[in-house]
Write a protein that binds this ligand. Structure first.
Ligand code: AMP
Length: 478
């Protein structure tokens, strides 16, 4: 279900490697399999602090390697004890996080199971294939299931199922012949997002997952139905907190935080630090350490920003020309959902393989569109700002603003969809005279003018000449 391939960024070679950050052999092996050779800066800074148990505020853009920065220390801790909630602003980001976590959860892969030197792991005295420990894992799960069935019959109300530690006690109390607990817990993750049937999520929660990745609305829905008891979760990750504010999730976040136990650890990530976020942090985090990796100009390096000024009626020929002349996988932004629909049809009629995502599309459609874009089946994806938040597809070469965004923050977020990690990319904005104010604000933020360009075969809007010509004709001009 969570088919998002983990794409490659590049870590930074200088400085401590993943091993020196204090990660276990098990995790190191998974990272090697994923091709994560060196940690990124945010990983290098956050992982040791989080392993120490500190609350951390990470200020960094999407694309900086945040997911692994919070997931890796969580995984280390949860293998021993505790439960964690990861709050994501959108379903897409939740699914991407889930895809990353699933490299570490479920039945251990041969590589993960075969950690030498750990009791119960495949090593010198167990089969090299690691089948021995996998078989032990299966037997243990059956014993639990049988036990749960028995206990469920005796249970009236209360929690949907016992926690692992409780189950051990109950097994002992019932005098059942159970195996010794394995030193590392098997991790299990559930994904609670809106826009999909809630029924399947009950089944996931029945398994008492150690990790829950959720969007705020659906998590509260479960909490109110009693299908999740948030007081049992002692680790919290808030990912992209500023996006959550943009989407109006602040009240939901506060309610979630109030329902979690007071003694917990919190890892808090945001690309910006507006006042409301500062308030949230002051209220809910304990003595946090801040890791601030915000770039000075708040837009990724390696990016080329181009501006195509045209008359309104030339926007369509302009984008068709750009798609013809700039190669590579292209993400196109429109302001409104109706425009995304319209533009998709225009591009299709122009012979382009294209898909679209916006909030009126069902979750199934959005996942399918992202997958076909990610896998190169459709070179072009048309999106609105909200739907495209946090899209992580490192192969995006070209971002086109068919409509300029309303705010500079949106421009920076859109631009951040390309040139991810150490890659380079192009952001082309198609503007009309109406966009002059936002263009000026963007240029002020970037600290440089957007390069004025002309799309082949499309007349550029010649503001100065037009004004001069008009003045020349004016009878008032001397
Ligand atoms: P994120 O900021 O977590 O969305 O990560 C951006 C992209 O970089 C994702 O495609 C990750 O799979 C990839 N990535 C993160 N950390 C590393 C690393 N240390 N080495 C290689 N790729 C990475």
């Amino acid at each position: 279900m969570y088919g998002g391939a983990i794409q490659q960024n590049r870590g930074v070679e200088e400085g401590p490697g993943f091993r020196e950050l204090g990660l276990s052999e098990q995790s190191l092996r998974v990272l090697e399999r994923l091709g994560f050779e060196f940690p990124t800066e945010i990983q290098r800074r956050v992982i040791p602090l989080a392993l120490e148990g500190r609350d951390v505020i990470g200020l960094a853009e999407t694309g900086s390697g945040k997911t692994a920065a919070f997931s890796l220390p969580l995984i280390e801790r949860l293998r021993r004890e505790g439960r964690a909630v990861i709050l994501s602003p959108t379903r897409e980001i939740a699914l991407q996080t889930m895809a990353f976590l699933q490299n570490f959860t479920g039945r251990p892969s041969r590589a993960a199971a075969a950690e030498p030197g750990r009791p119960g792991a495949a090593g010198a005295d167990s089969p090299p294939s690691g089948r021995g420990s996998a078989r032990r894992g299966r037997r243990r799960r059956r014993t639990r299931q049988e036990l749960r069935a028995g206990l469920a019959a005796a249970q009236v109300g209360g929690e949907p199922g016992p926690r692992d530690a409780d189950a051990d006690l109950d097994e002992a109390a019932l005098g059942l012949d159970v195996e010794e607990p394995t030193p590392d817990r098997q991790l299990d993750a559930a994904c609670l997002i809106g826009g999909v049937r809630i029924g399947g999520q009950f089944d996931q929660l029945e398994r008492t997952p150690s990790l829950v990745v959720a969007t705020p609305g659906r998590l509260l829905d479960h909490s109110e139905r009693g299908t999740i008891d948030l007081s049992q979760f002692d680790e919290l990750v808030l990912d992209e907190a500023d996006h959550m504010l943009d989407l109006g999730f602040l009240p939901q976040i506060q309610r979630v935080m109030q329902r979690l136990p007071e003694r917990r650890r919190t890892l808090f990530f945001s690309a910006t630090m507006p006042q409301q976020i500062e308030n949230l942090v002051r209220r809910f985090l304990v003595d946090p350490v801040t890791v601030d990796l915000r770039p000075d100009n708040s837009a990724a390096a390696g990016l080329e920003h181009r501006l195509y000024l045209v008359d309104e009626e030339n926007k369509k020929p302009c984008i068709l020309s750009l798609l013809e002349h700039v190669e590579g996988s292209t993400l196109v932004f429109t302001r409104r959902k109706s425009d995304a629909e319209w533009l998709c049809k225009v591009l299709e009629a122009g012979g382009h393989p294209v898909e679209r995502i916006h909030s009126d599309r069902s979750q199934t459609h959005r996942v399918r569109a992202l997958k076909s874009f990610r896998e190169g089946e459709n070179r072009i994806l048309v999106a609105t700002d909200v739907a495209a938040r946090g899209i992580d597809i490192p192969t995006i070469a070209h971002v086109v603003n068919f409509d300029l965004p309303e705010t500079v923050e949106d421009y920076v977020h859109r631009a951040g969809r390309t040139a991810r990690g150490a890659a380079s990319g192009v952001v082309s904005s198609i503007g009309t005279w109406m966009d002059k104010a936002i263009v000026r604000s963007i240029e002020r933020t970037l600290g440089a003018p957007l390069e004025r360009c002309e799309a082949p075969g499309v007349a550029a809007y010649e503001e100065r000449q037009k004004r001069l010509a008009a003045r020349r004709r004016s009878p008032l001009r001397r």
